[in-house]
Ligand binder design. Structure first.
Ligand SMILES: NC(=O)c1ccc[n+]([C@@H]2O[C@H](COP(=O)([O-])OP(=O)(O)OC[C@H]3O[C@@H](n4cnc5c(N)ncnc54)[C@H](O)[C@@H]3O)[C@@H](O)[C@H]2O)c1
Length: 249
């Protein structure tokens, strides 16, 4: 029960890594504000957590809009009286079938808007709400560290997020807020479902990692909870790889 009574915000909570982390936080006593742009799915998972005995409230928002990020954090403060921990995790992929020179400006702005801009908006609002310090964890990626074909917007957004995490960590530690990021490799989530549905894809993606398999979302969630906990009290601005060894080669 490392998070008993703590006010915790999770974005991108309707599925995948966000949902796995929300479940773990609920199991450890947190009071949760769960946010996602997918309202229908978010209501379902929030209800599921409450039935299982968790304390969870949903907030539907498009976090690429700054005012909606501010409203989300304000709601968390209104309901729980403050904010202790934020797991910023919402994200979208890029269409890897589109070559670099044909990728549209609109699609570029959409990816940067969700995967990078929203993290700045969220952290700004969260830092103001964390009056006595706290912990912020961002979901970066292997794409924060290396590039991949036909993924320029995603790679740029996640490299940007790595820099933003370090810069925010430097500024916010003065307010006793620790900012860190987790950098997952391939994880079995709804985002990866189309890729994984192709024959032989799971074996191929798994073989790309020295560990020989893809990750389950719970394996990333466990790292997020560690970074959020007092066990990580000396970790500031770290980009923690959780990629089965992809980036050591
Ligand atoms: N799955 C992987 O292999 C992998 C690898 C590295 C990093 N990541 C990152 O992990 C994070 C979580 O992704 P996931 O794999 O669990 O996929 P996912 O699609 O299950 O989860 C992402 C969630 O973010 C939500 N979302 C998207 N746009 C939003 C917006 N504008 N406002 C609010 N919510 C929004 C989606 O509705 C979805 O529920 C993302 O940031 C992703 O880039 C995933």
């Amino acid at each position: 029960m490392r998070f008993k009574g703590k006010s915790v915000l999770v974005t991108g909570a309707a599925g995948g890594i966000g949902l796995a982390a929300a479940r773990r936080f609920a199991q450890e006593g947190a009071k949760l504000l769960l946010c996602d742009v997918n309202g229908e799915l978010l209501e379902q998972v929030t209800a599921e957590l409450v039935v299982d005995g968790g304390e969870a409230v949903s907030f539907v928002a498009d976090l690429s809009d700054e005012s909606q990020c501010e409203a989300m954090v304000a709601r968390s403060v209104e309901i729980f009286g403050g904010l202790d921990i934020a797991f910023n995790n919402a994200g979208i992929p890029t269409d890897i079938s589109i070559p670099f020179s044909e990728f549209s400006g609109d699609d570029w702005r959409k990816v940067i808007g969700v995967n990078l801009n929203s993290y700045f908006y969220c952290m700004k609002a969260e830092a103001r709400a964390m009056k006595t310090g706290g912990a912020i964890i961002n979901t970066a990626s292997v794409a924060s560290l290396v590039a991949a074909p036909n993924m320029a917007a995603y790679v740029a957004s996640k490299h940007g997020l790595a820099g933003l995490t370090k810069a925010a960590a430097l500024d916010l530690i003065k307010q006793k807020i620790r900012v860190n990021a987790v950098c997952p490799g391939f994880v079995r989530t709804p985002m990866m479902a189309p890729a994984l549905s192709m024959e032989g894809a799971e074996e191929q993606l798994g073989a790309a990692a020295p560990i020989g398999r893809i990750a389950e979302p719970e394996e990333i969630a466990d790292i997020v909870l560690f970074l959020a906990s007092e066990e990580a009290s000396y970790m500031v601005g770290a980009l923690v790889s959780a990629d089965g060894g992809v980036t050591i080669q």
